[in-house]
Design a protein around this ligand. Sequence first.
Ligand SMILES: *[C@@H]1O[C@H](CO)[C@@H](O)[C@H](O)[C@H]1NC(C)=O
Ligand SMILES: *[C@@H]1O[C@H](CO)[C@@H](O)[C@H](O)[C@H]1NC(C)=O
Ligand SMILES: *[C@@H]1O[C@H](CO)[C@@H](O)[C@H](O)[C@H]1NC(C)=O
Ligand SMILES: *[C@@H]1O[C@H](CO)[C@@H](O)[C@H](O)[C@H]1NC(C)=O
Length: 439
Amino acid sequence: MRPRLCILLAGAVAVSSSPVSTKDSGDNFALPDVSHNYKARAAAIETKRKGWLYEEYPLGGAFYPTGKLANQTISEQQAQWFPIVIEHAKLIAEESVAALSGIIAKGNFSTLNDYANIYENQWKMSLPRGPMLGMLTNYTDDRLFSMMRLLKKTPWGVRPNLENGLKTGEAFTGPQYYPWAPDAARDYLNQLYVSGESADFERNYYRSEFKKRGLIDSSFGPRLKSFPFYEDTTVVTEAIREFMESFINSYYPNDKAVAKDIELQAWYRETTAAQVHDFPQIRTRQAIADVLTHQAYLSVIVSNVMSTNGIHLNSMSLPFAPAGFTQPIPSKKGLTEKDLMLLMPTPEGAVWQVSTYVVGHRPMWRDSNETLSHLFDDETLLARTNPKTRAAAVKFKATMMDFSTEVRARTFDKNGLNRDMPFIWDALDPNYAPFWGVI
Ligand SMILES: *[C@@H]1O[C@H](CO)[C@@H](O)[C@H](O)[C@H]1NC(C)=O
Ligand SMILES: *[C@@H]1O[C@H](CO)[C@@H](O)[C@H](O)[C@H]1NC(C)=O
Ligand SMILES: *[C@@H]1O[C@H](CO)[C@@H](O)[C@H](O)[C@H]1NC(C)=O
Ligand SMILES: *[C@@H]1O[C@H](CO)[C@@H](O)[C@H](O)[C@H]1NC(C)=O
């Protein structure tokens, strides 16, 4: 099973499948019952507490789980996703060779338009549809760049991979024009973390974050006429919240039951040991539903838009988003296309860029059960939940299917725009975006 509902729900809240929960028989989820067989339950929790610790990680950033049980989980997760990553990387390597030959056969790059040759009839497995519709044709329109700025753009097992990449410089073996060294990546990550920008939990709930940045409900400046990331994120995130509310409300009869759940309150205290910043008090049912919703937002929506589907389909597409230049950018105005071409990626550099950024893309999962529509679609797990939770899962899937239909019906209007953008943004199509963070 992929780390989805199990991580979000059973792993986080005290709704547990403990052998001492009395109301449900068998293996069903239930609230912990402290009056019954308390000693055995306390001992089981103590074992877990000792085997699941937190410490600094070489890469920096957030504290990282360690200890016997945590290490076991990390290894299991790596065993799940690493083979897929390796297989994917092998196919990309093959496609890279073909893409380079294709560029050379067409006489390399002499104009910016020639960069479209990197995509033409290439990357059939890793980027079969090429960049988003409009990206390669509408770049003379300023709205392409301004709207890209508004498209904002995994659990534990991933971090060792990133750390190894930095250590060996794997992520930096591209053509030498890539401007950053591994240490710069580490510094950037830590700056972002220490400033609270990425570390703060509640302050980064999407609406709070957008408000803080003046993107919504701003007291100054005009309202944004169109904010596609916010619009699509709202549909998906609010559907996740509705599921979470049904799930939590069907287990906890009222807020008092939340405050009295000593295991849940102990879990909350662990967030301090793990140095989670700005984690909310858990006194109400809504507070738990909001925590779970935000976790899903981070690992599904943000990860998708900034990596899986967003990055190569728009924000890293060539020629207008090079990952680096072959020379420092001149400070004088009035550069000609010919001057620009001297700075632009070489054929090898362009192929390196595409192949590096398609690593996180999973077009082969489009319309499969790895997508967002199937986030709560896990028979084994749902069989252990109550009927209200199962009904909420059915509703979530139906909402996502409808939204996918809506996203796929998007076209350019008579001005050549879609929601004021000169390209079609479909990164959050629920039957395209994977429900889990992939790399
Ligand atoms: C868990 O893994 C970390 C990192 O590899 C290691 O330093 C630590 O000793 C391990 N702990 C246990 C109990 O295996
Ligand atoms: C085209 O690019 C390839 C790869 O960099 C290079 O080997 C070849 O000499 C170039 N051809 C021309 C005509 O510049
Ligand atoms: C997902 O789909 C695959 C391929 O169709 C199938 O083998 C697998 O059992 C499905 N998984 C779930 C959880 O339904
Ligand atoms: C953007 O590209 C599409 C498809 O190539 C075209 O139909 C549309 O008119 C273009 N929009 C603008 C503003 O150029």
